[in-house]
Design a protein around this ligand. Structure first.
Ligand SMILES: NC(=O)c1ccc[n+]([C@@H]2O[C@H](COP(=O)([O-])OP(=O)(O)OC[C@H]3O[C@@H](n4cnc5c(N)ncnc54)[C@H](O)[C@@H]3O)[C@@H](O)[C@H]2O)c1
Length: 307
């Protein structure tokens, strides 16, 4: 049965792919985005577009009352870790207050919220890798604290109102449409430099690891989450594989057919040394696992940049 879905942040990287997938299976999709970092061109043709700030409670509630969606895929966020360090107030305003407003709006029509959260950024430096969902959270930047706070609101609503909202904690998502000009998204930044024949920058010694997961796999996780009927609320979404920045750059070089030496810069404040997510719960409960090998995902990403 087709559903009506609101996708917040749908002019952004990941959410525009979620909107694509919903449209492809015949759902009615409304994108909510204030275009603060998103681009109107990313919103798929088949989606309605509403330029709304998620903190604008009245506008959000009016839209939800009108559309009466079954699902709200909540991806709108201040998603830049470094911006959160420079301006924690703004980060909290969008990521905490904005999430609270989305949850309040969802109550008007009993929509199920699937919230995009983060793994590495909320777990912080950890002893156990890959890290399961039960890992104690010790964020190293305001962004992680705000995302965790958004999660707490969501769990509170589940307890208070009996909703069945879900949380997906992503690894480092990469793929077509990621912004190479931003601070986040090392894959897009590396390819941006390599394609332009410029020298890529590596912060620290490049041994820091991340869990790189392809955007198409993350989209499937969102769809599986909406359909989930079990009792769990929080799921890691990644590959469980650690890839160092140096190895990632080597893979990007291979895909782009270049071998430009990187320029090394001092490590950045709050940057984690290691991160990878244990995804066995998502495998068991959602029947989901990442299926796109890194090399394949990188080639697809590069092809989209070259197009
Ligand atoms: N990219 C990753 O590796 C990654 C990792 C973990 C979690 N996440 C989460 O996934 C989600 C999507 O991330 P992304 O990388 O696609 O980011 P993105 O910056 O490309 O997309 C975010 C979108 O939200 C919109 N937005 C920001 N503030 C808004 C507001 N107040 N009202 C309405 N719209 C607003 C932006 O304009 C943008 O289009 C975010 O919630 C992010 O925290 C991303």
């Amino acid at each position: 049965m087709p559903i009506t879905a609101i996708v917040t942040g749908g002019a952004g990287f990941i959410a525009s792919h979620v909107a694509d997938a919903l449209i492809a299976r015949g759902d009615r999709v409304a994108v909510v985005d204030d275009l603060s970092s998103g681009e109107r061109e990313r919103v798929p043709d088949g989606a309605e577009f509403h330029r709304i700030d998620i903190r604008d409670a009245a506008a959000l509630r009016a839209l939800v009352s009108d559309l009466r969606p079954q699902a709200i895929f909540h991806l709108a966020a201040q998603a830049d870790v470094r911006v959160s360090v420079e301006d924690p107030g703004r980060d909290a305003d969008v990521n905490v207050r904005g999430t609270a407003e989305v949850l309040e709006a969802a109550r008007l029509c009993d929509a199920r919220v699937v919230f995009s959260s983060t793994g590495g950024a909320i777990y912080g430096e950890v002893d156990v890798i890959p890290s399961p969902e039960a890992t104690p959270c010790a964020a190293m930047a305001p962004y992680g604290v705000a995302k965790l706070c958004g999660e707490h609101y969501l769990e509170l609503y589940n307890r208070l109102y009996g909703t069945r909202h879900l949380i997906l904690r992503y690894g480092n998502v990469y793929g077509p449409r990621q912004d190479p000009h931003g601070e986040a998204g090392v894959v897009a930044i590396f390819f941006g430099k390599l394609v332009a024949g410029e020298t890529p920058l590596v912060f620290g010694d490049g041994s820091q690891t991340r869990d790189y997961v392809y955007v198409g796999d993350v989209v499937r996780a969102n769809l599986a989450a909406f359909d989930y009927a079990g009792g769990h609320t929080v799921f890691n979404i990644g590959t469980a594989v650690e890839t160092s920045v140096n190895d990632l750059l080597a893979e990007c070089q291979r895909a782009a057919g270049t071998d430009v030496m990187p320029e090394l810069r001092p490590a950045r404040l709050g940057e984690l040394s290691r991160s990878a997510l244990d995804v066995s719960l998502a495998g068991r409960e959602l029947g989901w696992r990442a299926t796109t090998p890194l090399g394949e995902g990188l080639s697809e990403t590069l092809r989209s940049i070259a197009r």
